[in-house]
Ligand binder design. Structure first.
Ligand code: ATR
Length: 283
């Protein structure tokens, strides 16, 4: 049996085991199990070693894992090779344990968001104006893939402007390669309106008002919160009230899982179907 898991702290509410179990069923002939492991703070490397060791004791093989809060920033240190997008994000959400003993590190969050916007929401990003609110780990994980998807104008706005400036600086070469404009602004000074607005802050979770003015939303534009459930409700209600199409982060969650699954198994799972199923289960 090939073993996978999600490692984090906390991790008990993770929907990844459910998503990967459905992927495995729908892809057929997948001899795999996907669990969740609570890793003590400060013991990430030990957690990986324990996962691999326990799998071997059972006669199984640990093939990889997803990594969630707060370990995304330290996972790359264990890997022999790290993807370009994970290097740019400075965060890893997927490890693959290869047969030669090597560990490959990747970040599928950004491509998960892009695939959800383009394929599931049906909004192409080519040539679009995009506002990314936030400049923490969640925003860093998606900015590179959003630029790669062809957005022609991208603004990063953050409460702490210096962090937006730093994130923009780190992505300047990617923007240049695509001929895109990339700017950093303070939240209340963002100029213009956008086809797509992505909320990568925890503002809804904190119960705070949406931190940007409603004029950033274009009528009929798309507004995506990277969270889902109650944590996304405030932002989505605000977006809808101002004429935008609101979307939560459940699609991103399923699509980042699909990308990880393909990295591990070499098979593309039917993510749109699983997204519909998980959404129905949450109702
Ligand atoms: P994550 O990994 O979820 O991105 P993080 O790195 O702590 O977590 O970043 C949280 C983001 O949400 C930051 O952009 C933060 O703004 P600051 O950099 O100024 O701290 C933003 N954020 C959190 N609460 C907010 C609020 N009430 N209003 C506006 N922005 C908020």
């Amino acid at each position: 049996m090939d073993l996978y898991c999600v490692m984090g702290n906390p991790v008990e509410h993770s929907r990844s085991p459910r998503i990967h179990a459905r992927f495995a069923e729908l892809c057929g002939r997948q001899q795999m199990e996907y669990g969740r492991r609570l890793i003590p703070l400060g013991a990430f490397a030990e957690g990986i070693a324990a996962f691999r060791g326990e799998a071997a004791e059972r006669g199984d093989v640990a093939r990889g894992c997803n990594i969630t809060v707060p370990f995304k920033f330290e996972a790359a240190a264990l890997a022999q090779h790290t993807s370009e997008r994970a290097l740019l994000a400075q965060a890893v959400n997927t490890l693959r344990f290869d047969a030669d003993g090597g560990i490959h590190a990747d970040n599928t969050d950004g491509i998960g968001l892009v695939n959800d916007i383009v394929r599931n929401a049906g909004v192409p990003l080519e040539g679009k104006a995009l506002l990314l609110i936030g400049a923490g780990g969640a925003a860093a994980g998606v900015l590179g893939p959003l630029l790669d998807a062809g957005a022609s104008r991208v603004v990063v706005a953050n409460r702490t402007v210096d962090k937006a400036v730093e994130l923009v600086r780190r992505h300047a070469a990617v923007a240049l390669r695509h001929g895109a404009s990339l700017e950093a602004w303070a939240l209340d000074e963002v100029p213009g309106a956008f086809d797509v607005v992505v909320n990568a802050t925890a503002s809804s979770l904190a119960g705070d008002a949406v931190p940007v003015k409603a004029s950033v939303l274009r009528e009929g534009g798309l507004a995506v919160d990277m969270m889902y459930g109650p944590a996304a409700a405030g932002f989505m209600a605000w977006a809808q009230a101002h004429g935008a199409v609101a979307r939560d982060g459940l699609g991103m969650l399923v699509e980042q899982a699909a990308e990880s699954f393909e990295i591990w198994r070499g098979v593309r799972p039917p993510s749109a179907q699983v997204l519909a199923e998980i959404r129905a289960e949450l109702k």
